[in-house]
Design a protein around this ligand. Structure first.
Ligand SMILES: C[S@@+](CC[C@H](N)C(=O)[O-])C[C@H]1O[C@@H](n2cnc3c(N)ncnc32)[C@H](O)[C@@H]1O
Length: 265
């Protein structure tokens, strides 16, 4: 239990702040989580409770740090891979596949598991590609750049891919693997807030935005989906998470029969 006492009013102020900046909708069930995160940030910033709350409301950088601690970053390699395998097969079947440089945007990339999973499968098909991998959290982007993972996060990776594109760690890195440079060099990691940042000017052949909209309410998801629509090439692919749906949202994506979490423009 946490010793911090957060009044309802303070909880709702924080909830509103997190919602405004990140789109994440914190429910009252998150009260204890919020308190432990505040306690953690109070220790880091060496402020007492009231001073920390005032600081949080006025310092944009601290809001970003705080949101970092309330977001769920869970991810693993080859997660929900059916839609990824499907769009990669479709890209590989295009008549221009041998010469085209495919542009892919992984729009809530967490620690990099998803963009690297896409990259190794694109590479295994000898496709040419660049991936823009973005997230709101600096912490996960730093981890993604390091590209070092506990082996249990790669349980779903087929062995030939594991051997070809990952280096096995030794010594203090025993039990870890590192993504090889030849794969990492295809990926650009950048901070991007789906709620507040304008869409990038480039158009992508694939946009993957998976397992983040589950934390958004419907109006927020609808805004995000329509923002991403603008950044997708005609006939491009749009992937969402298996637990997510575009049903009940106003959007112009076309669904793909039998591949529930994949859409085209
Ligand atoms: C559960 S992870 C999903 C990772 C990966 N896409 C997957 O499916 O395994 C959700 C990610 O969304 C990020 N996120 C949350 N709010 C965001 C926002 N407003 N803009 C961009 N990323 C956000 C979090 O930092 C977190 O890394």
């Amino acid at each position: 239990m946490n010793s911090i006492v957060l009044s309802k009013k303070q909880f709702y102020e924080l909830k509103e702040l997190v919602y405004r900046i990140s789109g994440i909708n914190l429910h009252e069930g998150k009260l204890e989580l919020l308190k432990s995160k505040i306690a953690k940030r109070m220790r880091v910033t060496k402020k007492d409770f009231k001073a920390y709350l005032d600081y949080l409301k006025t310092d944009e950088h601290e809001v970003v740090e705080f949101i970092d601690t309330v977001t769920t970053n869970h991810s693993f390699f080859f997660r929900e891979n059916r839609s990824i395998a499907y769009f990669i097969d479709q890209l590989a079947a295009r008549p221009d596949a041998g010469r085209k440089m495919f542009q892919i945007w992984c729009a809530a990339c967490s620690t990099g598991d998803e963009p690297y999973s896409i990259a190794v499968q694109m590479a295994a098909k000898n496709l040419r590609f660049n991936i823009l991998a973005t997230d709101i959290s600096h912490t996960v982007l730093a981890a993604a750049l390091r590209g070092i993972y506990r082996k249990d996060k790669l349980k779903n990776v087929p062995l030939p891919i594991l051997h070809q594109y990952f280096q096995r760690g030794s010594g203090k890195y025993n039990g870890f693997v590192k993504i090889k440079k030849e794969i990492a060099s295809h990926i650009r990691f950048e901070r991007f807030n789906l709620i507040t940042d304008p869409p990038p000017s480039e158009r992508f052949d694939v946009i993957s935005c998976r397992n983040v909209m589950i934390y958004f309410d419907m109006p927020t998801s609808e805004r995000v989906v329509n923002k991403l629509y603008q950044s997708l090439q005609p006939q491009g692919y749009f992937a969402i998470g298996n637990a997510e749906s575009l049903m009940n949202l106003e959007h112009r994506f076309k669904s793909i029969p039998k591949i529930p979490s994949l859409y085209t423009r």
